[in-house]
Design a binder for this molecule. Structure first.
Ligand SMILES: C[S@@+](CC[C@H](N)C(=O)[O-])C[C@H]1O[C@@H](n2cnc3c(N)ncnc32)[C@H](O)[C@@H]1O
Length: 365
């Protein structure tokens, strides 16, 4: 869920840079490379996620309701073993916390040594999909949700956990995640079509992790709902509790409500940690999740109220078997005619400078 937006010091931690999205003064819209779906997390990122009170309170509410007496699997426990610890605080019998990144697992081991729950908490350095165990858990908790809900690999990981690691009648936290989309024009709302300078170290680490440059997903720092020129609708639905569909195509029919121009889509998550609680809405609230911009028309298309935007978003597993590639197609019906657009947003494929927007962004790097 990291968005990489970083700025200045917080009082709770020394020398921590905090995200623009979490309340700093700069309200200019800026572009960032999306880091959450790559093994690039560092201590700043874990500090930053720990600052997200919206996420914390949603998970706290869910774990308070479901932890008592259960055995727990915490997938992607991070440096701080947060959700495993919270589940134990709320009466879980035992927690197994798994973390895939070696460098993070080393930090998590230090957290475990100081934990008052260390006799009931087991830490395993493993990606959940590679976890070898005969055990089945009563509760699976994770926060591996991306700025597009499934972009960090939640669908493949949690489908595997649901099928292989969850006991019959077991509970999944979060329950579900729906990614919404609406039409925007990034060229009209972002003053500079360039990566924010503080995003560049992330970009280098992402490209180092994949071994080559590519059209990395773009996050837009804290837009408001007024940026949308259309209504919005779901384009990715992940039902973790019911057993998630890893590869799928979803469609949405959007209607323009404000005259202007459209060149792409803004996407953001609605996340239900517990089915009966209200969702975290990453566009309506200040949270550590970013909002994603996917380009789809090479040139902005003029629109007026009543025009129709049809969207088709497919997700297929990339060749790492964990992260999805997204295939966007759009059709915009306006008085000037029908406009077709598309974009392939790969996790690590060799798609580089594939359209004028990325050409411009990377030429300014
Ligand atoms: C967004 S962070 C969340 C960390 C912490 N649970 C929190 O909520 O602050 C996601 C963490 O999960 C790890 N991770 C992602 N997918 C995983 C998987 N399938 N198995 C194990 N670890 C995973 C990442 O390395 C990262 O440390």
């Amino acid at each position: 869920m990291i968005n990489g937006f970083r700025r200045k010091s917080l009082s709770r931690h020394r020398e921590i840079r905090v995200p623009v999205a979490l309340g700093a003064a700069d309200d200019r819209l800026t572009l960032w490379a999306s880091p959450g779906e790559y093994p690039v997390y560092d201590s700043y990122d874990y500090d930053y996620m720990a600052e997200d009170k919206v996420c914390e309170s949603a998970y706290e509410s869910a774990l308070r309701a479901v932890s008592a007496g259960r055995t727990v699997l915490d997938i992607g426990t991070g440096r701080d073993l947060d959700w495993a610890t919270l589940a134990l605080e709320y009466g879980a019998r035992h927690a197994t916390a798994v973390e895939g990144m070696e460098s993070t697992a080393v930090l998590a081991r230090k957290t475990l040594e100081k934990s008052p729950y260390r006799d009931r908490l087991t830490l395993v350095r493993s990606w959940s999909t590679e976890l070898e165990t005969d055990r089945r858990f009563d509760l699976c908790v994770s926060e591996i949700i991306g700025s597009i809900g499934g972009s960090e690999g939640a669908a493949a990981a949690l489908a595997d956990a649901h099928a292989r690691l969850l006991a019959p009648g077991g509970v999944m936290v979060p329950d579900r995640c729906v990614t919404m989309a609406g039409g925007i024009c990034v060229r009209d709302i972002v003053p500079d079509l360039a990566f924010h300078p503080e995003s560049l170290p992330y970009l280098d680490r992402i490209f180092a992790s994949t071994g080559h440059p590519f059209d990395v997903r773009l996050l837009l720092s804290h837009p408001t709902p007024e940026a949308l020129l259309t209504d919005h609708a779901p384009v990715e639905t992940l039902e973790f509790a019911a057993g998630v569909t890893v590869e799928a195509v979803e469609t949405a029919e959007l209607t323009v409500h404000t005259a202007g121009r459209i060149d792409g889509l803004l996407l953001w998550i609605n996340l239900w940690a517990h089915p009966q609680d209200p969702p975290i809405d990453a566009l309506a609230t200040e949270t550590a999740w970013g909002t994603t911009y996917l380009p789809c028309f090479d040139e902005p298309v003029d629109v007026r109220p009543g025009d129709r935007l049809s969207v088709r978003l497919g997700r297929t597993l990339s060749d790492d078997g964990r992260h999805p590639d997204y295939h966007l197609r759009a059709r915009l019906e306006t008085v000037t005619g029908t406009h077709h657009g598309s974009f392939l947003s790969t996790h690590h494929g060799r798609v580089f400078r594939s359209n004028p927007l990325y050409e411009e962004i990377f030429s300014l790097r």
